[in-house]
Write a protein that binds this ligand. Structure first.
Ligand code: HEM
Length: 213
């Protein structure tokens, strides 16, 4: 089996199943098979999907810097799958809120969106994520050309909105949102530094070409 076949038939299915573990644990906890959801099961499900959604955003954002730092180019082969899992967990978080918490009542949805600004922030992130998920397929990517990369850079905005949404609702202990904010700032910082270095290199190459000609 060559490397590409190993990725396709062994590693991709393995990582797919691994990404499904948190969702499976929610289902098994609902039935009391692996644990329990505590006194407020709806809130527990909502929080679990929200937390995993945020973790998946961070993992998605970490792939490119990690690939550049280590030279492990194979990492980019898992980016789309992990990005789609981010969408899956946030969509489940939203569905839990809409179906179990708000009883699918449009009046309650509108009330929450207008009276609880952190929900509006989360909702905006979900809308952007939906656009990224829809346009993640190869055929659409090819058709969009350069605009695809510009749109997909918005994943950083999703990260910022996600951390903001979490931070805004925390009442006392801000340790967890602070950790997410620090991770996000590091990933964004790495990207900015890499961009600046690349631009400087391009400028130097252009100058050298001018001198030689
Ligand atoms: C990128 C998008 C989103 C991320 C990353 C995210 C993440 C989170 C996180 C981490 C929590 C806190 C969990 C905890 O307390 O341990 C949370 C709570 C919550 N989220 Fe989101 N969320 C997102 C989008 C949304 C959307 C679209 C909605 C609904 C429209 C929503 C509604 C809520 C609600 C109602 C809570 C519970 C607040 C409470 O306990 O009082 N979120 N979210």
């Amino acid at each position: 089996m060559n490397t590409l076949q190993q990725i396709r038939f062994i590693w991709k299915p393995f990582i797919f199943l691994l990404c499904l573990v948190p969702a499976t644990m929610v289902v098994t906890d609902v039935f009391g098979l692996t644990g329990s959801l505590g006194a407020n099961p709806v809130e527990a499900i909502l929080d679990r999907f929200g937390n995993w959604g945020l973790r998946f955003i961070m993992i998605t954002l970490a792939i490119t810097p990690l690939r550049r730092m280590t030279g492990w180019n194979w990492l980019s082969r898992y980016r789309r799958m992990i990005g789609l899992f981010t969408f899956f967990y946030i969509a489940m978080h939203f569905t839990t809120w809409f179906v179990l918490d708000r009883d699918m009542l449009l009046s309650e949805v509108v009330e929450d969106l207008t009276k609880r600004p952190f929900i509006l922030v989360g909702f905006t992130a979900l809308l952007i994520l939906t656009a990224l998920a829809i346009t993640s397929f190869t055929a659409i990517r090819r058709r969009m050309g350069r605009r695809w990369q510009i749109l997909h850079n918005a994943v950083y905005i999703v990260g910022i909105l996600g951390v903001w949404h979490y931070w805004w609702q925390v009442k006392k202990d801000i340790t967890e949102p602070l950790i997410y904010a620090a991770v996000l700032a590091t990933l964004l910082g790495a990207r900015i530094i890499w961009r600046l270095a690349r631009r400087r290199k391009q400028r130097r190459a252009a100058l050298q070409a001018q001198v030689q000609s």
